[in-house]
Design a protein around this ligand. Structure first.
Ligand code: NAD
Ligand code: UD1
Length: 337
């Protein structure tokens, strides 16, 4: 298949481009580079020995999207990663988030309709499960969000579901849990700008000496060691999940919602200790107050992904910690963007 990856230069997009190329598909990316570097796809091309073309353009601009559809006709399917994703920033700049994350989908769907492209896989998030208490989280659980970023995912799910029905599209909505890790080559990985908000990039910068110590946000949660529990998934497993979703979507009209997680919850201290052991390092940390908006526990029921897509996560927490550090160690300044 010839696949368009919106946001393909980003963390998950670049790893997915690599897996698509390895599986014999073509991967064309459209990215405005607002949170990424063209270097990621150059490296994907080096690793795979195949072209990974990048069109620099904005998904909210119809002419930019149309240019790709024209230049690379026929595009068989789209994986729609493009979006802004910082939860805190979405609270202070909601309009930027609603505009970018929704307009990009509207524009994409209009152009897809014009070029008769019917298959789309969308990057949603476990954040749409809101404050559900019952674990593991199943796709049919009630949804609701706690911040504008989350609502953009929730609204996009709605838009794509309605359009699938009316326009005869094949849609898979993937709800990611907590992607970490990097490709085993250490050549591509996550490259956040500024001080990282998320746990693993923060840990990597503590390990490299860029940051002094990790703040563990709360040790009084109702969890075995009191720290927050999440379902961390290796980004290469996640990328392979996209491949499975795409191959499924290609001949299944309608909408399916699928969790991509491991089904296993690890605490912040589990991550700290596994990272130390896997990499032979010591991570200084302090117990700090809870971070506002955090929930105690969040992990997936991944059984639908296995049943529907024949996919399950294969990589361990040790693999995730080793590969995250390997990327950071080899690229202390990320892609140097
Ligand atoms: P990322 O920021 O690395 O990738 C997103 C890419 O989209 C970036 O390269 C950015 O430049 C691009 N982009 C943003 N707006 C654009 C626009 N209007 N036009 C063209 N390109 C645009 O983030 P990621 O971690 O790879 O996430 C990919 C997707 O998965 C996002 O939609 C994100 O919300 C979603 N998601 C991520 C996580 C996570 O933990 N990383 C979890 C759940 C869902
Ligand atoms: C966050 C977002 C979620 C998004 C996901 C992307 C919030 C409330 N949720 O999820 O919408 O999809 O990122 O990966 O922001 N922690 C520390 N110290 C740190 C950083 C994190 O102790 O410096 C803890 C957190 O309290 C949490 C765990 O580590 O228990 C994971 O945090 P993080 O990586 O930010 O992910 P989420 O909060 O699960």
């Amino acid at each position: 298949m010839r696949v368009l990856l919106t946001g393909g230069a980003g963390f998950i997009g670049s790893h997915t481009a690599l897996k698509l190329l390895e599986a014999g598909h073509e991967a064309i990316s459209l990215d405005n580079l607002s949170n990424s570097s063209a270097e990621s796809l150059k490296r994907v091309s080096q690793i795979t020995g195949r072209p990974a073309p990048l069109c620099v353009g904005d998904c909210t601009v119809e002419a930019d999207v149309e240019r790709v559809f024209r230049e690379y006709a026929p595009i068989d399917a789209v994986i729609h990663f493009a979006g802004l994703k910082a939860v805190g920033e979405s609270v202070s700049k909601p309009l930027d988030y609603y505009q970018n994350n929704l307009d990009s989908t509207f524009t994409l769907l209009r152009v897809m309709q014009k070029y008769d492209c019917r298959t789309v896989v969308f990057s949603s998030s476990a954040t749409v499960y809101g404050t559900n208490q019952e674990m593991p989280l199943r796709e049919d659980f009630p949804t609701g969000c706690t911040n504008p970023y989350g609502w953009t995912k929730w609204m996009n799910e709605r838009v794509l579901t309605d359009c699938a029905k009316a326009m005869g599209l094949n849609v898979v909505l993937l709800r990611y849990f907590n992607p970490i890790g990097a490709h085993e080559s250490g050549m591509i990985g996550e490259d956040p700008s500024g001080i990282p908000n998320n746990l693993m990039p923060f840990i990597c910068q503590v390990a490299s000496g860029k940051l002094e110590r990790l703040n563990v946000f709360g040790n009084d949660y109702p969890t075995p060691d009191g720290t927050g529990v999440r379902d961390y998934i290796h980004v290469c497993d996640l990328a392979e999940g996209h491949l499975a979703a795409l191959e499924y979507a290609a001949d299944h009209p309608g909408t399916e919602i699928v969790n991509l997680g491991t089904g296993i919850g690890y605490s912040v201290l589990d991550i700290v200790h596994t990272f130390e052991k896997a990499n032979g390092l010591t991570l200084p940390y302090t117990i700090a107050p809870r971070r506002p908006g955090d929930i105690a526990v969040c992990y997936a029921d991944p059984s639908k992904a296995e049943k529907l897509l024949g996919w399950h996560a294969r990589r361990s927490l040790e693999d995730m910690c080793r590969d995250s550090w390997n990327w950071q160690k080899n690229n202390p300044d990320g892609y140097g963007k």
